[in-house]
Design a protein around this ligand. Structure first.
Ligand SMILES: [Zn+2]
Length: 418
């Protein structure tokens, strides 16, 4: 049995592959969240809406007097920031009880940071406080990245193939999530302690790979993840946007013109791949070499993606034309023009899929680094476990990636046929 510490977080396994997350604070009774399958919990976690919470943190960064450029900072400014910051976690209590619980522990530690006597202490203490508040957001960004790499375009794949795809992009994470780690625990109830919510998501992912009853797919319309109810091919989820379900909208689209035939959507996918590759490159690069790269932090990618998803929905729903769609997603001005969309584009297979296709040798015996277990989420996003691609690979990708979108776009430009 697990050593129970206060405060702590663990996963309890139940019947039918379901799990229950248990939170145990320093005071009060334990809280048991409802039983769910790992797949259900992962889909729900990827979808939590932190928009309002995030905006409040951003407001403090931008508007609080503590962060104004000046020579002197008073203690009262830090006290005031602290008072404001401590109000924010309650915004998550309903939508994300786990994030709320984790913040309680982390803020407790952050507030006990000792004054080291340096002049910049107050400023750093304030920054540290806000960075702590961002932990649930970064946890979700990481989870979304992992899910994107594992589930996007993989609806027809086997669990083994999904795992292999994850391993091709994030070998360390795949090492941690390797379902073979659960081999010796057949038919027993497990109590798995975890250090933080991010690690909890990885354990859920490991349990997800262990089973084959449920698969996680990505809806072609809204782009959220969902669990198809049958084994049959599933393109769309049951969510409802603007009064119509994705399934219904998908069927309508098919009658007119399937999204897979739509060139603007292909360009969208390529642009997305490029942004994603850019983010990985930026994270992977040593601090002193980053100035040679186009900056793309996970938060910037997340913002780009959220905006692009909305534009994509508007486009598919017929609210905007292809030109407007491309203009809205091309925030970094990569496309030569927005008027010609009917063109032959490179094959469906994306740059990532090619990479992963070359690495399907699933090996359950793979060793994984123990250092992953002590992941500290309060550190900046350039922590070592994110260095997942070698430099050579990145340079290679860089060259290919750059030729792909723009050059193909120009090369294949054809007159619009109406
Ligand atoms: Zn959907």
């Amino acid at each position: 049995m697990a050593d129970k510490k206060f405060p702590s977080l663990w996963i309890e396994t139940g019947d039918d592959g379901k799990i229950c997350v248990v939170m145990s604070g320093a005071y009060g009774p334990e809280t048991h969240l409802p039983f769910v399958t790992p797949a259900e919990d992962l889909v729900a976690a990827a979808e939590m809406d932190y928009t309002a919470y995030r905006r409040e943190i951003q407001r403090l960064y931008e508007e609080h007097p503590l962060f104004e450029p000046k020579l002197d900072i008073s203690v009262s400014e830090l006290e005031d920031l602290t008072a404001e910051a401590l109000l924010l976690p309650s915004m998550l209590q309903e939508i994300d009880p786990l994030g709320f619980f984790e913040l309680g522990n982390l803020l407790d530690k952050a507030l006990r940071m000792r004054d080291d006597g340096s002049a910049s202490f107050l400023l750093r203490a304030g920054q540290r406080l806000l960075q702590t508040l961002e932990v649930p957001i970064y946890t979700q960004i990481r989870l979304r990245n992992i899910m994107e790499m594992t589930f996007d375009g993989m609806e027809r794949a086997t669990q083994q193939e999904r795992f292999a795809k994850l391993r091709g992009v994030y070998p360390d994470i795949a090492g941690f999530c390797n379902p073979a780690r659960l081999d010796s625990y057949e038919n027993v109830i497990l109590l798995l302690p975890v250090d933080n919510v991010y690690q909890l998501r990885l354990v859920e992912l490991m349990m997800y790979f262990r089973q084959e009853k449920q698969r996680i797919a990505r809806c072609d319309y809204c782009w959220n993840y969902f669990i198809p109810k049958t084994k049959a091919r599933a393109l769309y989820c049951d969510r409802i946007f603007d009064g119509q379900s994705c399934k219904k909208r998908g069927a309508n689209l098919k009658r007119r013109k399937g999204p897979e035939q739509d060139d603007a959507l292909k360009l969208f996918k390529q642009l997305r791949d490029r942004m994603y590759a850019r983010m990985l490159r930026y994270q992977d690069a040593p601090e002193n070499q980053r100035d040679r790269l186009i900056p793309m932090t996970p938060a910037q990618y997340d913002e780009w993606e959220a905006n692009a998803r909305q534009a994509r929905r508007d486009y598919i729903a017929g609210k905007i034309k292809a030109e407007e769609f491309l203009r809205r997603i091309d925030t970094t001005h990569e496309l030569a023009s927005y008027d010609a969309v009917k063109q032959e584009l490179p094959p469906e297979e994306s740059f990532w899929q090619k990479r992963v296709a070359a690495d399907l040798d699933f090996d359950p015996e793979q060793k994984y680094p123990a250092s992953f277990m002590v992941l500290d989420l309060r550190k900046p996003m350039d922590s070592p476990q994110w260095q997942v691609l070698t430099r050579e690979e990145l340079i290679q990708k860089d060259q290919k990636g750059h030729q792909n979108l723009l050059d193909q776009y120009k090369k294949n430009q054809e007159p619009v046929l109406d």
